[in-house]
Write a protein that binds this ligand. Sequence first.
Ligand code: FES
Length: 264
Amino acid sequence: MSGPSAGRPPFPVGWFVVARFDGLPDGALVPLAAFGQDLVVGRTASGRALVTHSVCPHLGADLAAGGRIDDYEVVCPLHGWCFSHSGACTSAAEGPIPETTRLRVWPTELVDGIVWAFNGRDGEQPDQPPPALSLPGDLVGTRRPGHPEDALTGMLTSVGVVDGVPADEAPDAWEGSTADGRRATVYGPGTLVVRPGQDTSVDVVVHVTPVDGFEVEVRTSGEALPTESVGGIESFSRWYRRFDRSTTLGRRPARTGRSGRAGR
Ligand code: FES
């Protein structure tokens, strides 16, 4: 296998940032490309968020093309079938409800105005919540080539981190340090908190989300850090393997339909 994910599952298992809540319109389903899937993300007026597959399990309509969400259901725009936030079909227009028809939903959490989605096996529930890290600013994402591990490695090495250890105080966190005593902490498979230079007093929070196995979306609260990997960090790479659990999403990179059409 070749490409940026060579030798690794392209979509690590864990929590990833997918949107800022106040950037979503009430009740609408917005297209989202992540984890090699065409997804939608929606918010309700009362403050709930949900990430689902974009394809209606009835006859395949794109839920981003006019689908709606409220506190109880997701409604398909084509024939009006409804699905609960857990994915069960709750209404099939005039017909009987098909009990085995489900909309795939991703475990979704809203933390300090940030929408997180858990990428795991189909139906897998996370055993811990996403890290409680806010991200001030506009949360504008930029696409970069590569795997999340490589993007994180690139940013760590760019600020001078050469080694580190699993963090004591937080599960699934890794703590690196620079020669001048600055710390850089990676939370889960896609989040980095770092002080980029000695002359700065503010930490930068960076979220890296896999798009399709070829690109990642990088969202940062401050200055953009280089994601090109210049050398590796062996202890970080070893630690990161914990997120490589095989998933039903497949081990091969795959461009998604919508993102593939839009970008290439
Ligand atoms: S395709 Fe969604 S309800 Fe028919």
